[in-house]
Design a protein around this ligand. Structure first.
Ligand SMILES: [Zn+2]
Length: 463
């Protein structure tokens, strides 16, 4: 057990007038505090005890879903949590493509009133078709509890200045950026804990503007996307820029590769942590405080890595990530395929019983297919990336599979590629990628991001 006591380190915001000691927050924050206090213990339970507690909760969820949700009406009614655990793998995996009519047949006809107000989250999905996912206030309680757990795990000082380079609409947080109070969306008495200032910048800012913003604001802690920090780290290295106060970087949303971890270490000499979450499902994994892998957030979700038959993949074998949020009774998602692939790991050296997700391999559509139809994962090593840079000063790249036997390598650079560079990059791609077809190299000034601002490093236009 660690010595770090979060209630000592973080001041609960007092919501009751004239009450300074001990402090009490508003009802939402008290609920989060109670959840967090229990989670401080449950993270250390052994894996078996954690799974048993999860099935006590899943038993409630599945029974409710069968009773109140049209989609699940023919599911077998479990008699006990043990029986449910035993037969779990026989329940069908819910693919995103199965959700029709914006998922209306997955909605509960009578969501529990005690679970609070219903929210709707829209997600673009891997097919580009928006899906509306509904959840209750309970999901927000757990969302905020896990956000706070992430700060606790990584020992972040709440007085730190947070910097945030983020996706925002045109006109919002545009360069030179914004400066506000408190890290989260909720401020003042509504915030769970008192936090320091926040500096925000729109992701559309130019690279030199981002660097200027970083030096002017000197955040202690920076949150952004792997593709953004990669470019910024490269730029800062090149220009000899080194922010003085930066202590931690956290990445979200895209896959964080070892190459970017290494680059950030070189450029800023600070720890980079990653988290795995989706708006509609909540927190799936947080990086371990002591290792680079993720701990599944088992108090919020039951996460499995499964093969084509829906059976658990052994440790080390990649499979489909399938998630069941434990507390969403408004739209129960049972064994929902997120669209990512992952690899489970062995128990963690830190002593936490929360299962280990060793790596996240990105979206299904990011799997390359060989001309013979075999699937391959693209994983460029730091060495391969270094070789690419010796050929041309590539700022960003993207690999697109246009057909079974052709890839396009899109590269962004300041100047047009020469014929020799184009040839060399094509040769490099053939050597570095697990692909035997042809590779066409196309240079751009800037690469297009998807609607949610992500830069997809690999894209497949086939299937
Ligand atoms: Zn750990």
């Amino acid at each position: 057990m660690p010595n770090f006591n979060w209630l000592d380190a973080y001041q609960i915001t007092s919501a009751v007038p004239h009450l300074e000691f001990p402090k009490l927050g508003n009802s939402m924050n008290m609920a989060i505090t109670v959840a967090l206090t229990q989670m401080e213990n449950s993270q250390w339970w052994d894996a078996e005890k954690i799974e048993k507690a999860q099935f006590a909760q899943l038993f409630q969820l599945v029974k409710y879903a069968i009773k109140s949700v049209p989609y699940y009406k023919d599911f077998p009614v479990p008699r006990t949590p043990q029986e449910l655990q035993h037969s779990w793998h026989t329940l069908p995996v819910l693919e995103r493509g199965n959700i029709t009519g914006e998922g209306s047949d997955l909605l509960s006809k009578y969501p529990p009133k005690s679970h609070g107000k219903i929210n709707t989250q829209y997600t673009s999905g891997s097919t580009g078709q928006p899906i509306a996912v509904k959840n209750t206030q309970l999901s927000r309680v757990f969302w905020r509890a896990f956000t706070t757990r992430d700060h606790i795990w990584h020992g972040r000082d709440p007085s730190w200045k947070l910097g945030h380079i983020r996706i925002a609409k045109t006109g919002v947080a545009e360069y030179p950026g914004t400066l506000g109070k408190g890290w989260g969306a909720l401020k003042g008495k509504d915030a769970l804990i008192e936090t320091g200032p926040i500096a925000g910048l729109n992701i559309n800012a130019k690279l030199e503007e981002q660097a200027e913003w970083l030096l002017r604001n000197e955040p202690d802690f920076l949150i952004t996307y792997p593709s953004v920090i990669q470019r910024l780290a490269e730029y800062c290295l090149q220009q000899g820029i080194r922010p003085k106060n930066l202590k931690q970087i956290e990445t979200i949303s895209e896959v964080l590769t070892d190459k970017v971890r290494h680059l950030v270490d070189q450029a800023f000499g600070v720890r980079i942590t990653d988290l795995y979450s989706t708006r509609e499902l909540g927190y799936l994994g947080l990086q371990c405080p002591e290792n680079d892998h993720y701990h599944i957030q088992s108090e919020g979700v039951y996460l499995e890595v499964v093969d084509e038959d829906g059976r658990a993949c052994p440790v080390g074998v990649p499979g489909k990530i399938v998630v069941t949020p434990l507390h969403n009774f408004a739209m129960p998602l049972i064994r929902y395929a997120v669209g990512d692939f992952g690899v489970m790991g062995t128990p963690c050296s830190c002593g936490r019983g929360l299962p280990v997700l060793k790596s996240i391999l990105g979206r299904e559509r990011n799997r390359l297919r060989q001309p013979d139809g075999e699937h391959r994962w693209i994983a460029l090593s730091a060495k391969a990336y270094g070789e690419m840079l010796t050929i041309a000063p590539v700022r960003e790249y993207q690999i697109v599979q246009v057909s079974l036997d052709e890839l396009t390598l899109n590269v962004a650079l300041e100047e047009e590629l020469t014929d020799d560079q184009t040839k060399a990059l094509s040769m490099w791609a053939k050597k570095s990628l697990p692909f035997s077809g042809t590779v066409r190299v196309v240079s751009h000034k800037k690469l297009e991001r998807s609607a949610n601002g992500k830069l997809e490093l690999f894209q497949s236009l086939i299937e």
